[in-house]
Design a protein around this ligand. Structure first.
Ligand code: SAH
Length: 252
């Protein structure tokens, strides 16, 4: 049996209770050493076999899982954040399906959720934006043309950019030409929820300069949008003037 486990965004105690239990039961752990906090390995049992996948190919990971299966062992494949976001898991699921190996998936706290907590912000504010766009700038991995930053920027929604700090010059130009105002608030969160976390608040107009000046090249998220500003409408859900399924509106 193979369990894909989301490690969470950084802090070792941000893994789910289920994820921690699965780690504790595993005979073999293959973890993404480039991004997963090694402190999480303290949840494993003493004789657990531990491998860092950042030095391995997909083929080597699969061979290791298949060997463990053949020996009747339980494997945890530990991915950073939640494995559904830039996790490179689909190719593993398909290969395991082909090999007839059973697996399941335990979700994790994605770094974009970790970053919201670090920023003490809400991405979906009434009167500001009700949409969160999760995307990346096109680099070595291409992005489909219909999802270009320019076209997504036209929505003025909250935008979260993964894997894009090293591409910030073109990114900033595309955000501006796509429709965000230069004054639109932005933030760069480096290693959200890790002990060494750093937050840089800026605007779309000085995003690239902020990233370059602070030497940010990886393990950072870029968040764009007026949700980082001061203006919004209060929610209807908790407004005394509105009834909900659970609460009668207040009578004046
Ligand atoms: N599955 C992961 C994302 C993996 S892609 C998740 O759900 O978070 C790797 C990218 O995620 C990094 O380049 C960076 O952009 C972002 N990232 C991962 N952990 C981060 C963290 N703790 N703080 C900021 N960005 C992070």
């Amino acid at each position: 049996m193979v369990h894909f486990v989301g490690a969470g965004s950084g802090a070792a105690d941000l893994i789910t209770v289920r994820g921690a239990r699965l780690l504790g039961e595993a005979d073999v752990v293959i973890y993404a050493g480039s991004l997963v906090n090694p402190d999480l390995l303290s949840y494993t049992k003493a004789d657990c076999e531990i491998h860092d996948s950042s030095r391995m190919t997909l083929e080597e990971v699969l061979a290791m899982i298949k060997r463990a299966e053949g020996e009747g062992k339980t494997t945890v494949r530990l991915h950073t954040g939640d494995s559904s976001i830039y996790g490179a898991v689909r190719e593993q699921f398909d290969a395991l399906d082909d090999a007839g190996i059973t697996y399941d998936i335990c979700p994790g706290v994605s770094s974009f959720c970790g970053a919201a907590a670090s920023l003490k912000t809400e991405y979906t504010l009434p009167g500001v934006s009700q949409t969160v766009i999760i995307t990346r700038a096109a680099g070595k991995t291409p992005v489909p043309e219909q999802e270009s930053i320019r076209s997504l920027a036209a929505h003025q929604a909250t935008m979260i950019l993964f894997l894009s700090t090293s591409l910030s010059e073109k990114l900033q130009a595309d955000l501006l030409s796509g429709g965000y105002d230069a004054e639109t608030p932005a933030a760069v969160v480096y290693k959200a929820t890790w002990p060494e976390e750093k937050i840089f608040r800026c605007t779309v107009g000085n995003l690239h300069q902020t990233i370059r000046k602070n030497g940010l090249t990886k393990t950072a998220l870029i968040i764009i949008g007026n949700c980082l500003g001061d203006d919004y409408l209060r929610s209807l859900l908790y407004d005394p003037g509105f009834s909900t399924e659970f609460r009668e509106r207040a009578r004046v």
